[in-house]
Ligand binder design. Structure first.
Ligand code: PEP
Ligand code: MN
Length: 365
């Protein structure tokens, strides 16, 4: 994807880490006013106000959002807090209404990101419009779907882009409402340098306890902001009541977080440079060892070819896997890491040897 504009260049006076707060859903003008007043009283003014106007509900019958009327109440936010407002759009009709009502930033929800038809429909409605769009990760841990939605926006000319990490649904892991899978947002930042990812701890945790912990982890990993659902009376909220926090709790959370400085913004210290040089040197050694190891693997491959043996031998693989994993654990490496590393090395070995069998002249029996 071609370069896009980062949050600081959206022209809205925003910066990373970007703090977004506001209710899951707009309910009434009084509710919006109470939330804004609570934020003012606690002196916790987010950089941007979030509000759901159309709510994608898993089953019909729950509150499906107040609709266009709620967008009129955004004047209340502008009057009290004077900050930009963001809302979720799920189809072309929503886009049209949001633009008509001068919403500052749009976001695409997790249930929409999974559906390329819906994402494309939204993209077409935004062709030629200059508005920032944030794309939540899809419900399932599929990096391509997440990237695809960002690409569809970019392709119609939306160049003010950010991603939102709201976790992934997991039928088995009940610790979270949506499992964080931290490798996903980090991988997105790796493949698209400069792509900012805002963490949404509210939808990850699904309850109030734990929002601070997830927020802190997001900052530790170097994510670029937080979106925290905030309501003056969370217990009586019309949607996501369990996970919303009061403006006071929001302030406590934000005051407790140890915000880190992104390394890119700092000149690395001499100590960091020294340590990195040591790592560079060890990586060179690792590569030399790997080169030697694969040279031996090729000799084994040759032997197998000459003797008409199969490449894969399950008892040997089991023995290698178990003994190396145990050795790794003793060296303070995690079991998961050891297994992934060994699978990766073994797969490469098997592929090389099979290639030898395929490409070398057949050996007569
Ligand atoms: C929301 O932000 O209220 C929402 C519906 O989120 P998600 O799309 O992440 O489920
Ligand atoms: Mn919500």
């Amino acid at each position: 994807m071609k370069p896009h504009k980062q949050i600081k260049d959206w022209g809205l006076g925003l910066n990373s880490p970007l703090i977004i707060a506001g209710p899951c859903s707009a309910e009434s003008p009084e509710q919006i006013e109470n939330i804004c007043k609570g934020m003012l009283e606690e002196n916790v003014i987010p950089s941007m106000f979030r509000v759901g106007i159309w709510k994608p509900r898993t089953r019909p019958g729950s509150f499906e959002g107040i609709g266009e009327e709620g967008l009129k109440w955004m004047e209340i936010v502008r009057h009290h807090l004077n900050i930009p407002v963001t809302t979720e759009v799920g189809n072309a009709g929503h886009v049209e209404i949001a633009l008509k009502n001068k919403v500052d930033v749009l976001w695409i929800g997790a249930r929409t990101t999974v559906n390329p038809f819906a994402v494309q429909e939204i993209a077409e409605a935004l062709r030629g419009v200059d508005i920032p769009v944030m794309v939540k990760n899809p419900m399932n841990p599929d990096l391509d779907l997440w990237m695809g939605a960002l690409e569809r926006m970019h392709a119609v000319g939306i160049d003010k882009l950010a991603a939102i990490h709201r976790g992934f649904s997991d039928a088995y892991d009940k610790r979270f409402r949506n499992k964080p899978n931290w490798s996903m947002p980090i991988h997105l930042k790796r493949v698209w340098q400069g792509m900012e990812v805002i963490n949404d701890p509210s939808h990850i945790v699904g309850k109030r306890d734990g929002i601070l912990e997830i927020s802190q982890r997001a900052m530790n990993f170097g994510l670029d902001g937080l979106m925290i659902e905030t309501h003056h009376d969370p217990d009586n909220a019309w949607s996501d009541a369990k996970q919303q926090v009061t403006p006071r709790a929001l302030k406590e959370i934000l005051n407790s977080i140890d915000f880190k400085t992104p390394l890119e913004q700092q000149k690395p210290s001499e100590r960091l440079n020294d340590l990195r040089r040591a790592v560079d040197h060890m990586d060179d050694q690792l590569l030399d060892i790997l080169q030697e190891r694969f040279a031996v693997i090729d000799q084994i491959g040759e032997h197998k070819r000459e003797n008409h043996l199969t490449v894969f031998q399950s008892d040997r693989w089991k023995e290698v896997m178990e003994s190396r994993t145990q050795k790794g654990i003793q060296k303070n490496l995690s079991e998961k890491f050891m297994k992934e590393l060994l699978y990766c090395i073994h797969e490469e070995s098997v592929k090389r040897q099979e290639k030898q069998l395929r490409e070398a002249a057949p050996v007569k029996k």
